[in-house]
Every structure is written in structure tokens, then in C-alpha cells.
Design a protein around this ligand. Structure first.
Ligand SMILES: C[S@@+](CC[C@H](N)C(=O)[O-])C[C@H]1O[C@@H](n2cnc3c(N)ncnc32)[C@H](O)[C@@H]1O
Length: 294
């Protein structure tokens, strides 16, 4: 993974990009940064890494190696990479604009989605070949001279977020759209394989996640929790050493709120979809009361 925590301070001062060979082996390229605009970022590197650790935005979705392997293989089959220098310029502290791209550069990477259109334009203007990850839903938003590759690829990134991902590239000549069912199949197979091996996380009642609330309401059980009963929370102490956190953040709840959430979840467990629960009438309750007294 390319996460900031894997870099030393001295590396952080210089690190600009990674290169990858066709077997997915990565090599870190250490070069002096030309620009100094990111100086503050690196003078407080620890602080920067800390901030990074807490983030769960799409800009901080790190790509598992097996996903990159699928992509590099895919690109290589369509646009032979043998004589190309594969470059991955995007990771914490990177500055894609300060890299001197060799003439045989092929940028294949997952960029920060918030500036991906700007990145594409930068490469198009300089005729630098690229194949980049792009948010699926807005895949057709940018009006740029590039090919949109749609694979309905559900990719689970290193931070646990599963995001439907498309791709954008200037390696495919006159093609504007490629809808690739084979590529879709590869990602589907990967998801299924990973799901089978995925550990399930269970949280104590005092941790309220959005999934817990969703579970209740989807089963027809409504729930409210007061502001005073919860503290916004991103990561349990137990998760720190594993580099994990509450996906999408959550709340640390008072015992009272935890009990209410647990009761709602228990009620939800007993509710099955499309089930009508027949309630006892006051008359029937009265009969029961009479029976109890006998
Ligand atoms: C979606 S993450 C993906 C990281 C990595 N490329 C991967 O595939 O795992 C995008 C990364 O780009 C970094 N980034 C943001 N702005 C950048 C820029 N101008 N140049 C290079 N990297 C940048 C972010 O800090 C983040 O770490």
C-alpha cells in the first residue's frame, strides 16, 4: 500500500512517484522536488501522516496490489507497455506537476478524484499517456479528449471503502467509450474472492456505526439518539495497531444510547422482510390477563 505511514521522513522530503514493471513490482523514485510549494506539508510530516490516517475520503482510497495487477494487465493487452515507463505519481505529498515525465511515460494510477479532470487535462496538453481511475457515476462528466472505460468495477480500497470505479485514458485513439464486460468480470471475481476471505468486524454496543442504524431501519425499526449521548469517533484504540478505523467514522455512545441501539438491533433481528406482524387487541390482552390469574 502507498499509505504515508510507510514512508520515512527523509523519503518524504524527496519522494515524488513510483514506477511499476509489468509484473506489478514497484520501485520508489527519489528525486529532489523542483517546486517548494508543498514545503509546509513536509516540515510537519508526522502531523501530515496523522491527518492522513484519519481520512476516509475517496482521495485517500489506496489501491490494493491485485487491483493494480488487473489494470496493468488490461492496459498491457490493449496498449503494450513493454517499452514504456509505468509511473504512479499519486500519493501523500506527491506533486504530479513537478515530475519530469520521460517521453515513454505511461501514467497508470489511482489519482485524487477531487482533481482528476484537472489531471487528465494536464496530461492531454502534454501528450503524456495515462490510464487513470475515475468515479463511475460521473465518468462522462468531463468534456475531454479521452476514452472512458466503463467496467462497473466495484473496487474495495485499502481503507475498506467499496467504490464503483471507471477509468479514463488517452491510450485508445479514436474510441470515446469502452464498455468492457471482460474487465467487469475480472473485478467481480476479485470481489467475490476477497469477500470469501474477508474478516467480519463486530463492534461493541457503545460504538454506533451508520451500518448499525441502516440495519435497524431497513428492517422497519426506527431509532433516534440524542446529541448529548454520543461523541464523534473515528477509530477505536483496539484498531490503531492494525491501521484500521470505523469506516465512514461513527460515534462512541453512552450506555443509555448503546442500550437503545442494541434494543433496536435486537428488534430488527426478529423482523423478516415482507412479514406482517399481527398485534394482540385490547380484548385479547384482557383474556390473556384473565388466563394469567387462573
Ligand atoms: C486516491 S489516493 C491513491 C493513492 C495511490 N495512487 C494508490 O493507488 O493507492 C490519491 C493520492 O494522491 C495524493 N495527491 C493529492 N494531490 C496530489 C498531487 N497534486 N500530486 C500527486 N499526488 C497527489 C493524495 O494525497 C492521495 O494520497
Amino acid at each position: 500500500m502507498l499509505g504515508g505511514r510507510y514512508f520515512s521522513k527523509s523519503m518524504a522530503k524527496n519522494i515524488i512517484y513510483k514506477t511499476v514493471d509489468l509484473f506489478g513490482n514497484e520501485q520508489i523514485q527519489l528525486i529532489e522536488k523542483k517546486k517548494t510549494s508543498n514545503k509546509t506539508l513536509f516540515t510537519d510530516y508526522e502531523g501530515f501522516v496523522d491527518k492522513f490516517e484519519d481520512k476516509k475520503t475517496t482521495d485517500d482510497c489506496y489501491t490494493p496490489k491485485e487491483v493494480m495487477d488487473i489494470i496493468i494487465d488490461y492496459v498491457n493487452n490493449k496498449y503494450p507497455l513493454k517499452d514504456k515507463q509505468i509511473i504512479r505519481p499519486f500519493f501523500p505529498g506527491g506533486d504530479f506537476e513537478s515530475i519530469e515525465y520521460p517521453s515513454n511515460a505511461a501514467v497508470i494510477d489511482n489519482p485524487p478524484f477531487s482533481i482528476v479532470t484537472k489531471i487528465c487535462k494536464y496530461y492531454i496538453e502534454r501528450d503524456i499517456k495515462f490510464f487513470l481511475f475515475y468515479p463511475h457515476l460521473t465518468a462522462f462528466s468531463p468534456d475531454i479528449d479521452a476514452t472512458h472505460i466503463i467496467a462497473s468495477a466495484d473496487i474495495t480500497y485499502e481503507n475498506g471503502a467499496t467504490i464503483k470505479t471507471a477509468f479514463v485514458s488517452n491510450m485508445f485513439g479514436n474510441l470515446k467509450i469502452i464498455g468492457d464486460s471482460e474487465l467487469h468480470k475480472k473485478f467481480k471475481e476479485l470481489q467475490e474472492k476477497n469477500k470469501a476471505n474477508l474478516p467480519k468486524y463486530e463492534y461493541p454496543d457503545n460504538i454506533v456505526t451508520v451500518s448499525k442504524i441502516a440495519y435497524c431501519i431497513e428492517k422497519g425499526v426506527s431509532i433516534t439518539i440524542d446529541k448529548k449521548d454520543v461523541k464523534h469517533y473515528r477509530r477505536m484504540d483496539a484498531q490503531k495497531k492494525h491501521g484500521k478505523g470505523l469506516f465512514g467514522a461513527g460515534f462512541l455512545a453512552s450506555n443509555k444510547a448503546a442500550a437503545a441501539a442494541a434494543a433496536a438491533a435486537a428488534a430488527a433481528v426478529n423482523k423478516k422482510d415482507n412479514v406482517i406482524v399481527w398485534e394482540l387487541s385490547p380484548k385479547e390482552l384482557q383474556i390473556i390477563e384473565t388466563l394469567d390469574k387462573l
